[in-house]
Design a protein around this ligand. Structure first.
Ligand code: SAH
Length: 216
């Protein structure tokens, strides 16, 4: 979904280079240098206004997080949250998720999250879905050979079904498929960090979740 352009977004991001990464191509293999502590890096592609990535960073101080979105106006809102909380384990990046394998080295990212990705319901737009095979390929290119995990949540039944098939055809192994995340055990829900879309849509119908691994 596109958000109206916000005039303040560009200057705000330019004023916060400690959180918003410029020239990410120069950081290939060196992302560690952007963080205070050297620890695993997890990314979210399509991080939107940042509630998930910021919530995860607070919940898990021993992981470094990078939120990636191609819309300036939402990424700037994520930057605001990072600034407010003064987090040292979050970075934000304005780019197309299709490019991740030109920005990270093989194995540099330990886990990839996709949350409430745009469904692109028309068949002719299938290539734009973040679980289309070319996107899966670029995630695989930056994850390690072992334990290469992808987590995906959506409220969109069509995108959920498509993603199951796409991941299966790609040869991925499913660790978990949840057809109604918000009616899961307390234990699961306690750890679940909700996204903006999730908060909005969990009252309207089921939220689907997939955890899958790339296999060699
Ligand atoms: N994850 C958030 C936002 C979901 S909306 C939430 O759950 O609340 C989907 C987001 O994905 C939008 O912000 C959109 O700009 C972003 N997006 C869509 N295609 C993208 C791509 N190819 N690369 C990076 N971000 C993308």
């Amino acid at each position: 979904m596109r958000v109206r352009k916000k005039k303040w977004a560009e200057p705000y991001m330019a004023a916060h280079p400690e959180y918003v990464v410029n020239e990410p191509e120069k950081l290939v293999g060196k992302w560690e240098s952007r963080f205070k502590k050297s620890q695993p890096i997890h990314i979210e592609v399509g991080s939107g206004k940042g509630q998930f990535i910021i919530g995860m960073a607070k919940q898990n101080p021993d992981i470094n997080y990078i939120g990636i979105d191609m819309q300036e106006s939402v990424l700037a809102m994520a930057a605001q949250k990072a600034v407010e909380d003064q987090l040292d384990n979050v970075q934000l990046l304005l780019t197309d998720g299709a490019n991740v394998d030109t920005i990270f080295a093989k194995g540099e990212v330990a886990k990839v999250y996709l949350n409430f990705s745009d469904p692109w319901p028309k068949t002719r737009h299938a290539k734009r879905r973040l679980t289309y095979k070319t996107f899966l390929q670029s995630y695989e290119n930056i994850l390690p050979d072992d334990n290469a995990e992808l987590e995906f949540k959506t409220d969109n039944r069509g995108l959920f079904e498509y993603s199951l098939v796409s991941m299966n055809n790609y040869g991925m192994k499913f660790e978990m498929v949840n057809l109604d995340l918000h009616h899961s055990s307390e234990e699961v829900l306690e750890k679940n960090v909700e996204t903006e879309y999730e908060q909005k849509f969990k009252v309207k119908g089921p939220i689907y979740k997939i955890v899958a691994q790339f296999t060699k």
